[in-house]
Design a protein around this ligand. Structure first.
Ligand code: HEC
Length: 119
């Protein structure tokens, strides 16, 4: 009995720490990540994302795609193979107001976030 209990405690700790880096806050239009436990490079990319990727829609679209693995508008898979294509698609939209370097940073961030979400 005692053994089972310790095992469960360990299991819970493992489950919480795996997701510690990925905290979603807010709902709907207000939905975003809490970047406080992101590594510095990802924090810097998030600073770009939270400015550049909210020009035409809120961050909810990006967060939902990452958390569910499905792009919310098209219903297509949203995984590591897809992030670059979505980044480029957003860059090519009229008046996207982004450059390649900024898109690259957000694509790397999305890949990292996907890894965290899938742990
Ligand atoms: C110039 C406007 C614009 C900017 C800037 C923009 N988006 Fe989008 N985004 C759109 C539109 C319009 C759609 C609707 C579906 C489509 O055209 O792909 C969309 C759809 C999406 C989707 C859902 C795609 C699908 O197929 O369901 C995601 C995820 C997304 N955007 C992420 C981002 C990210 C990440 C950034 C920043 C790198 C960004 N967007 C910047 C206009 C924009």
């Amino acid at each position: 009995m005692k053994k089972t209990f310790s095992f469960l405690v360990l299991l819970c700790m493992a489950a919480t720490s795996a997701h510690a880096g990925l905290k979603v806050v807010g709902k709907g239009d207000n939905m975003h990540y809490d970047p406080s436990s992101f590594p510095p490079a990802m924090k810097a990319s998030y600073d770009i994302m939270k400015v550049k990727c909210i020009k035409c829609h809120t961050l909810e679209r990006t967060v939902v795609a990452i958390q569910t693995g499905i792009a919310p508008i098209s219903g297509q898979p949203f995984d590591r193979n897809a992030t670059k294509a979505y980044g480029v698609k957003m860059l090519r939209k009229p008046d996207s107001n982004m450059n390649k370097k900024e898109v690259k940073a957000t694509v790397e961030l999305m890949n990292w976030l996907l890894d965290q979400a899938n742990q």
